[in-house]
Design a protein around this ligand. Structure first.
Ligand SMILES: *[C@@H]1O[C@H](CO)[C@@H](O)[C@H](O)[C@H]1NC(C)=O
Ligand SMILES: *[C@@H]1O[C@H](CO)[C@@H](O)[C@H](O)[C@H]1NC(C)=O
Ligand SMILES: *[C@@H]1O[C@H](CO)[C@@H](O)[C@H](O)[C@H]1NC(C)=O
Ligand SMILES: *[C@@H]1O[C@H](CO)[C@@H](O)[C@H](O)[C@H]1NC(C)=O
Length: 290
């Protein structure tokens, strides 16, 4: 039985043909699986990560064998960074269709809520901006000692478009206002205290053991039950109309000269999103631009 599982896992590894996502099985039939975001050095949420996530999440809707997906990172400093700011500059048009990439980006956020698979975020390292928008739309979140959560958007002149509504539900309007309006960086202990994550672990081994046990246990149960439970919880999520209004708020701000200027300043000051800058992205924007 065990060796059949291993052969099955090996086959899945062969067909998992992404460059920026790495896959490994958690249980023997691989109905619980771990997908690590791999875009060194900072796991920048760029057009390749966005495109690969889009194919992966879309494919998950066409199958019944995967029940639980744990999103993780092998980089101890970063789970996921902010979205590649170059996508919002005129120069992007020379190498990418930014409109298409952003459409995929928002589709991915929708897919995390609507796909009938249970998503668990296993977060060690920073997850600011885009990374956080994805994490708060997963079904549950766990944090390691290096984890930091937050959104730089207020300091860029924007709103945390895909994360606001979920965050308000997770931590309440008062805390959401405090952390979003100040572009705060929130550590794992604080995040667990207020409900941004389910719990925080003092080391990554403890977190991984817990997540593996949890994912394997959930995967014992029948798909239809898991799907119905996820659908029921999703009844409390913000509607598509609310998301559309947040998108309008984001887009009208993003089009202003103020925001365009801030994006240019950040790309210059950060030396094009360097690792050193991104380690304290939100605090650095506040420190160097205000
Ligand atoms: C997955 O299960 C559903 C419901 O049981 C079924 O309608 C669908 O055809 C299955 N999809 C695949 C790809 O097996
Ligand atoms: C860019 O993507 C958008 C949205 O998918 C599409 O409508 C448009 O035709 C694309 N532009 C080019 C130049 O391919
Ligand atoms: C890791 O944390 C667990 C509790 O979550 C603890 O039992 C264990 O001793 C810790 N391991 C190390 C190496 O610190
Ligand atoms: C900035 O970094 C991005 C992402 O790594 C890269 O695609 C782009 O070519 C860089 N731009 C410049 C001007 O170095």
């Amino acid at each position: 039985m065990f060796s059949i599982g291993l052969i099955f896992c090996a086959l899945i590894d062969l067909v998992f043909s992404y460059t920026h996502l790495k896959q490994s099985c958690i249980n023997t039939d691989c109905s619980a699986t771990r997908v690590s975001i791999f875009n060194p050095p900072i796991n920048l949420w760029d057009s390749i990560v966005i495109g690969e996530l889009n194919s992966f999440l879309t494919d998950l809707n066409e199958q019944n064998s995967t029940k639980v997906v744990v999103f993780a990172s092998d980089n101890p400093e970063f789970f996921g960074s902010a979205i590649d700011l170059n996508l919002f500059t005129p120069a992007a048009s020379s190498y990418v269709n930014a409109t298409h990439v952003l459409e995929q980006y928002y589709a991915n956020l929708d897919l995390l809520l609507s796909t009938p698979v249970i998503f668990i975020a296993e977060v060690n390292g920073r997850t600011f901006g885009a990374g956080d928008e994805h994490v708060v739309r997963m079904d549950m979140r766990f944090a390691g000692p290096q984890a930091q959560f937050g959104a730089p958007e207020a300091a860029v002149g924007l709103i945390h478009v895909g994360g606001m509504q979920q965050l308000v539900r997770l931590i309440g309007p008062g805390s959401a206002a405090e952390y979003m309006m100040s572009a705060a960086q929130v550590d794992s202990v604080e995040a667990a205290r207020i409900g941004w994550v389910n719990s925080a672990f003092e080391n990554t081994t403890g977190m991984r053991n817990h997540v593996d046990r949890l994912a394997s246990r959930i995967a014992l149960f029948q798909s239809d039950t898991l799907k119905a439970t996820k659908a029921s919880i999703a009844e409390q999520a913000a509607s598509q109309q609310i998301f559309s209004r947040d998108l309008q708020r984001f887009n009208s701000l993003a089009a202003t000269p103020f925001v365009q200027d801030k994006i240019r300043q950040i790309l210059t000051a950060s030396n094009n999103q360097s690792e050193l800058w991104e380690l304290n992205n939100n605090d650095n924007i506040v420190k160097y631009l205000y």
